[in-house]
Design a binder for this molecule. Structure first.
Ligand SMILES: Cc1cc2nc3c(=O)[nH]c(=O)nc-3n(C[C@H](O)[C@H](O)[C@H](O)COP(=O)(O)O)c2cc1C
Length: 479
C-alpha cells in the first residue's frame, strides 16, 4: 500500500506544466525528414487541453486553446526526447533543490548524458541491411541459430537499483523478452546472458502445430513495426518440456506462455494441460488469450468465458503446487483492442480470481497512422505504433487493479525512454520484441544503462519507486 501512497502523493505533487522547462528542456527543432511523432502524453499533455485526442494527435498541431506562447508548436520527434535531460514532472525534486541542482548543472560545461546514451555503430547496425533483405521469419530463424551457438557476449550485471522483487521472484532487472521470440525454448540462456532480466518462452500449445501459410511475418521499417499472423506455430509441450529439463539448475527467470491448439474442442483444457506440463519447470505462467491469429481465442477475454478459464487454470496451478511443492504465479496476457467495458471486466475477473499479474499487451488489429504498404497485411501489429495504445491501457489497468497486482508493460518499447514511460504508467516489469528487430541485441544494454541513469537522476532508491507515478496522466491520454 505504501508504494501506491507514494505514487498518489507523487501525482498530487506533480506540476502539471507538462514539458519540463528546466535547463536542457528547451523545445527541440524537428529534424528534416523525421516524422512529427509526439512525446509521451504525460510529458507532453498540457492542462486546459480538454480535447485529449487533439492534444495527443500525431500531426504536431495543438488543439484550440492549447497553445503555449513563445514555444514552438511543432512536436519533437520521439528520439529527440533522448537529447534532453527529462525527469518526469511527478518525480522532480522540490523547487529549492531543483534550483541548486540547476546551478550545479550550469556550472558543468557538458550536458547530462541522454537516457539512451550515444548509440555506437554496432555489428547489428552494419548487418541489418543484409538481414532486412531476407524474409522476416527466415531472418528470425538465423538470429535464433546465432544465439544458440552460445557465442554471445555476456552483459555486465545491471545497476542493483534496477532489481525488482515481484511474483516471489528476484528479477535482476525489469526488462524481459516478450513471448513469440523464442517459442520453443531454444535460447533462454542466451537471452539472459545478453542482459535480459527474464525470458518468456512460448506460446506453446499441447500438440505441435504448423501455424498459418508463409509468408506470415512482415516488417514495416518506416513505421518501426511488424505485422505477424504466425498462428501459434510451435513444437508443442513435449519438445519445450525436454529443453527446459535440459537447462534445469541453470537459474534465471524463465516464464512459459501457454495457449490452445487451433482445432481443440475445449480451449480451457489446453491451458490446464499447459499448467500441468510445466508446473515443475516454469518460473511463471502466462495465459495467452490475446493472440489475434487464432480464430475465437480473444473471445476468452469475455467475462463469463474468462471467469471459467481462470477458475480452471488456477485450480490446476494449485493442485500442481501441492504435488511439486512450488506455487507458480499465473499472469494473464490481454489484447490492446479491448474497449473500456472489456478492460473493466478483465480487471474485475483478475482481482476476483486472484490472478498474480496481467501483461498489457499483445499485438493490435488497429492500423492507424501507418505509411508502409505492408500495413494491408492481416495479423497483429507490434512495435512503435502500438506504444501509445498499450501504454495508456496499462495505466488504466494500474488504476483499476491497484498497487498490488503485478503488471507487465509490453508494446513499442525501443529505448530507455519508452521503457521508463511504461514503468511510470504502471509496469513493474517491461517486455520487448519488435524493438529488438530494429535496434538489435545492444538495445538491452542501452535500456539498462538509460534506466540506471534515470534512477540516479531522480535519486530513487529503486526503480520500483517510479512504478505508476504517471499512471493517471497516461490513463487520461487514452481519451
Ligand atoms: C513475430 C511475433 C510473434 C509473436 N508471437 C507471440 C506469441 O507466440 N505469444 C504471445 O503471447 N505474444 C506473441 N507476440 C506478441 C509479443 O509478445 C508482444 O506482446 C507484442 O509484439 C508487443 O510488443 P513489441 O511492440 O515490443 O513487439 C508476437 C509478436 C511478434 C512480433
Amino acid at each position: 500500500m505504501g508504494r501506491f501512497r507514494n505514487v498518489r502523493q507523487n501525482l498530487q505533487d506533480c506540476e502539471c506544466g507538462g514539458v519540463d522547462r528546466s535547463r536542457g528542456a528547451r523545445p527541440v527543432r524537428r529534424r528534416a525528414g523525421r516524422s512529427g511523432r509526439r512525446l509521451y502524453p504525460p510529458v507532453d499533455a498540457r492542462p486546459g487541453c480538454r480535447d485529449r485526442r487533439a492534444a495527443f494527435r500525431r500531426t504536431g498541431r495543438s488543439g484550440p486553446g492549447c497553445r503555449r506562447s513563445g514555444v514552438s508548436r511543432r512536436r519533437p520527434a520521439l528520439r529527440t526526447f533522448a537529447r534532453r535531460p527529462v525527469v518526469s514532472p511527478s518525480l522532480r525534486p522540490p523547487a529549492a533543490v531543483r534550483r541548486r541542482l540547476d546551478r550545479a548543472a550550469a556550472a558543468r560545461t557538458r550536458r547530462p548524458p541522454p537516457l539512451s546514451g550515444v548509440r555506437p555503430v554496432t555489428l547489428y547496425g552494419l548487418a541489418r541491411p543484409a538481414l532486412f533483405r531476407i524474409d522476416a521469419e527466415t531472418a528470425h530463424g538465423l538470429t535464433l541459430k546465432a544465439l544458440a551457438t552460445g557465442l554471445v557476449p555476456a552483459c555486465v550485471p545491471a545497476d542493483p537499483r534496477l532489481a525488482v522483487n515481484r511474483l516471489g521472484l528476484a528479477f535482476p532487472n525489469p526488462i524481459g523478452i516478450a513471448a513469440g521470440f523464442d517459442k520453443n525454448g531454444e535460447v533462454p540462456d542466451a537471452i539472459l546472458r545478453i542482459g535480459f532480466g527474464f525470458a518468456e518462452v512460448g506460446t506453446v500449445t499441447p500438440q505441435p502445430q504448423a501455424g498459418n501459410p508463409k509468408p506470415r511475418v512482415f516488417r514495416l521499417p518506416r513505421d518501426r513495426a511488424v505485422i505477424n499472423r504466425l498462428g501459434f506455430n510451435n513444437q508443442g509441450h513435449a519438445a519445450l518440456r525436454a529443453r527446459l529439463i535440459d537447462r534445469r539448475g541453470r537459474g534465471g527467470i524463465v516464464g512459459v506462455n501457454i495457449g490452445a491448439n487451433k482445432d481443440t474442442v475445449d480451449r480451457a483444457a489446453d491451458y490446464v494441460a499447459g499448467i500441468e506440463a510445466f508446473a515443475d519447470l516454469a518460473s511463471y505462467f502466462t495465459v495467452n488469450i490475446s493472440s489475434p491469429n487464432t480464430v475465437g481465442l480473444r473471445d476468452l477475454q469475455a467475462r463469463a468465458a474468462l471467469g471459467d478459464l481462470l477458475a480452471r487454470t488456477l485450480a490446476a496451478r494449485d493442485d500442481a503446487a501441492t504435488r511439486h511443492g512450488r506455487r507458480v504465479p499465473v499472469l494473464l496476457k490481454i489484447a490492446p483492442d479491448l474497449d473500456a467495458h472489456g478492460l473493466e471486466d478483465v480487471a474485475a475477473e483478475a482481482l476476483d480470481k486472484k490472478v498474480d499479474g496481467i501483461i498489457v499487451s499483445n499485438t493490435t488489429l488497429s492500423r492507424e497512422h501507418l505509411v508502409e504498404p505492408a500495413a494491408r497485411e492481416t495479423g497483429g501489429l507490434s512495435g512503435r505504433p502500438l506504444f501509445l495504445r498499450s501504454t495508456a491501457m496499462l495505466a488504466r489497468m494500474r488504476l483499476m487493479v491497484g498497487p498490488d497486482m503485478v503488471l507487465v508493460g509490453v508494446g513499442g518499447v525501443d529505448s530507455a525512454e519508452t521503457a521508463f514511460a511504461k514503468i511510470t504508467a504502471g509496469a513493474d516489469l517491461v517486455q520487448i520484441y519488435t524493438g529488438l528487430v530494429y535496434e538489435g541485441p545492444g538495445l538491452v544494454r542501452s535500456i539498462l544503462d538509460g534506466l540506471a541513469r534515470q534512477v540516479r537522476r531522480d535519486r530513487l532508491g529503486s526503480i520500483a519507486e517510479a512504478v505508476g507515478s504517471e499512471a493517471r496522466r497516461w490513463a487520461e491520454a487514452a481519451g
